[in-house]
Design a protein around this ligand. Sequence first.
Ligand SMILES: CC(C)(COP(=O)(O)OP(=O)(O)OC[C@H]1O[C@@H](n2cnc3c(N)ncnc32)[C@H](O)[C@@H]1OP(=O)(O)O)[C@@H](O)C(=O)NCCC(=O)NCCS
Length: 173
Amino acid sequence: MLRKKILKPDTPQVLVRRGEPSDASGVIGCMQSVMDEGIYLLGDYYLMTERAERERLSSRSDLTLVADASREVVGVLTLQRGAYRKNRHTATLGIAIKKEYRGAGLGKKMITEALSWARAEGIRKVNLEVFSSNLNAIGLYKNLGFSYEGVRKGQFMINDSLVDDVLMSVWLD
Ligand SMILES: CC(C)(COP(=O)(O)OP(=O)(O)OC[C@H]1O[C@@H](n2cnc3c(N)ncnc32)[C@H](O)[C@@H]1OP(=O)(O)O)[C@@H](O)C(=O)NCCC(=O)NCCS
């Protein structure tokens, strides 16, 4: 049984809202801090410039949610819709929450909101990829209705161990 982590009393209230162009540097900072941990995300460096990130955040066809703690971006969720007519009914989800803000229900809240948005947009299927070593994330995705769709064995090498690429998805209809 997992114990619910209570955010420290001095932790500011966290608001989940749609990301805006003015969040660009906060989004970059949040993504980079999770990348710096080295075990959850593929890249070591967030490659978008602030200008490119601002442009991405102004897109209305994709969704970026940010978790905003007194104007600090502490979580980022992206939902990128298929770019072609043949895959526009799908979207790909990515999420990263700063270490101190995990385990308090924020991930669940952000994904639930993103799935509601996707449903309202007529998206039928949401996909994601996760490292097989990331048991917390896989547990959360399963709780929210995602199921396994495939595995690419030994696709990654993390701290000298082979890790599988787990493909998961949820149908929204
Ligand atoms: C993965 C991540 C997004 C989850 O967000 P979070 O805010 O820490 O998770 P939550 O607190 O919302 O957890 C939600 C639920 O998952 C459940 N959960 C967590 N770990 C679990 C596990 N190992 N097995 C089963 N369920 C689990 C919790 O019990 C909780 O369910 P409940 O509310 O019904 O009790 C976040 O930890 C994170 O950003 N991690 C680092 C980056 C990362 O791994 N990104 C994903 C890459 S694919």
